[in-house]
Design a binder for this molecule. Sequence first.
Ligand SMILES: Nc1ncnc2c1ncn2[C@@H]1O[C@H](COP(=O)(O)OP(=O)(O)OP(=O)(O)O)[C@@H](O)[C@H]1O
Ligand SMILES: [Mg+2]
Length: 265
Amino acid sequence: MTQAQLAQGTSPLLAVRDVSVVFGGIVALNGVSFDMHKGQILGLIGPNGAGKTTLFNCLSRLYQPSSGDILMEGVSILKRPPHRIAEIGIGRTFQNVALFPNLSVMDNVRVGTHARTSSDIISDSLRLAWIRRSETGVNNKVREILAYLDLEEVAHTTVSGLPFGTQKRVELARALAADPKILLLDEPAGGLNHEEVYVLGDLIRKIRDERHMTVLLVEHHMGLVMSIADHVVALNFGKKLAEGTPAQVQADPDVIKAYLGSKDQ
Ligand SMILES: Nc1ncnc2c1ncn2[C@@H]1O[C@H](COP(=O)(O)OP(=O)(O)OP(=O)(O)O)[C@@H](O)[C@H]1O
Ligand SMILES: [Mg+2]
């Protein structure tokens, strides 16, 4: 029995409750609800513009839902200021890599140990200067994570000089550095080749198993989602279209129709 199956029946780690987001006239999310259980890898899929990143941004507090609630271990996260979201155990990567290009891999990961999720460059740089001076334990943590993600060789390399696939791994390292309970990954396979996607799938599973994390994976790469997710939620036009096991969602007529009608498949 998997960890996720064991967790079923217990109260959810994260509960998304009737969340809607309206931008001007556009309804980006329309009454979306689902649960995430401890130890689960939950795949969030849907055609372009379905609302996946919008939901992600609500979970990481970049966006405030127009209505609805998001509960972490039964407590609403919506009253938390965005810069404190990492303290309650939510870490994320960005669809378009959002690292500090002129800093080394090590410094980028170091910023993550201070539980930062926003890309407020000025305050992060100031913070970094402070971290460099005052924190020694941080270095051990950073080294452990660099070793875990096989990034030791590039520890002192400036991020902008690295291949895109490696930059994505650095982003993952930065998110892991805050020891999140929930790891939010927005299209981690985007821009990776076939072999890299395969390696990434193994890595995500390994992180879940060894670091006891719960993972929300937004992904267009169906092969990856279907091979590693325990549970899949499909969105279309801001609404939940289907949810269930990968096999159930893949066979759902509404999901098939949504994908056939979209340009990205
Ligand atoms: N900041 C914003 N302001 C206005 N509209 C937005 C904003 N962010 C997203 N939208 C709109 O909300 C809808 C959902 O977009 P979102 O980026 O969440 O989709 P997605 O599922 O992540 O798509 P993709 O697969 O292309 O990344 C789209 O119609 C998009 O144009
Ligand atoms: Mg998106």
